[in-house]
Design a protein around this ligand. Structure first.
Ligand code: GDP
Length: 265
């Protein structure tokens, strides 16, 4: 198989000096020191697992003979979806937000997993199902855009409404440009159906610290004022530098019930 990229494994991150290590493992926390004094930082550290939990989560994302991680199937309709046998998480976001890159980064310790991309305009967009051993499934939902076709909205709507084993939805937002009008379509859908979700800010390596801080604070405020079902802590990731990827693996493991106790770091 292919070699996994540098920093894909915690063992590699642990060799870095302390400040870089914090930036990779807890990118949101790293921003805290640039906040105005007196800012309420509760929402920066709600999910803050220790090393043992991060390592147990990583083991789930590392495939081996007794623990296969595989692409299972694609579906355009709910009756083509695999049976809802395991706890499930799904990833949604605008086209180009970095969804395939993030899923590839999450699965980088299972290099045999192929994250397919269908970007050809007019090409049928599908839900892609991945199975992580006997523990959970992860669904890559089709990306939406300015001209989100009706069939896309119907597919996602049906999935969100009907999927009984769905434990959490991960809504990806570009950290450079912040929330866009089209992202609100997804937010409104999730709110309307009462689906628990979490916002993931992508491509943080591309945002300057000022832009990142501004967008983090704006989105936190948006979540506080306008949402019921969104987890108050944002997740920041870079699929290039692997920042936030280890923490996100841990959160996925946690919400799918595969990490019963998460002790604080
Ligand atoms: P998708 O349409 O949401 O699946 O988006 P992709 O994963 O294909 O990413 C869209 C573009 O953004 C590609 O050119 C990626 O190389 C780039 N990209 C994705 N994630 C990152 C990231 O974390 N950092 C940077 N710098 N670029 C990224």
């Amino acid at each position: 198989g292919r070699a996994s990229p540098p920093l894909a494994a915690l063992s590699q991150v642990l060799r870095l000096e302390r400040s870089r290590r914090t930036g990779i493992v807890f990118p949101l926390q790293k921003l805290e020191r640039y906040l105005a004094p007196g800012t309420d930082t509760a929402r920066f550290r709600l999910f803050q697992p220790g090393l043992a939990a991060l390592q147990r989560a990583e083991a789930l994302f590392r495939s081996d003979r007794g623990h296969p991680i595989d692409y299972v199937s694609s579906a355009v309709r709910m009756d083509h979806a695999p049976p809802p046998a395991l706890p499930e998480v799904c990833f949604i976001g605008r086209s180009n937000v970095g969804k395939s890159s993030l899923i590839r980064a999450l699965f980088s310790l299972a290099p045999e997993v192929e994250v397919r991309v269908s970007k050809t305009p007019g090409h049928t967009k599908k839900m892609n199902f991945f199975k992580v051993g006997k523990y959970f499934t992860l669904v890559d939902m089709p990306g939406y855009g300015y001209r989100a076709p009706q069939d896309f909205v119907e597919m996602v709507e049906a999935y969100l409404q009907e999927r009984r084993n769905l434990k959490r939805t991960f809504l990806l937002v570009d950290s450079v440009v912040g929330l866009q009008k089209t992202d609100n379509i997804a937010v409104e859908m999730l709110e309307e159906f009462g689906i628990p979700y979490v916002m993931v800010l992508t491509k943080i390596d591309r945002a300057s610290r000022g832009v990142l801080l501004k967008n983090v604070l704006e989105i936190q405020e948006f979540v506080k004022e306008n949402t019921q079902g969104c987890f108050p802590q944002l997740f920041l990731v870079s699929s290039v530098e692997f920042s936030g990827v280890h923490l996100l693996r841990c959160f996925v493991a946690h919400v799918t019930g595969n990490l019963p106790t998460v002790e604080a770091s």
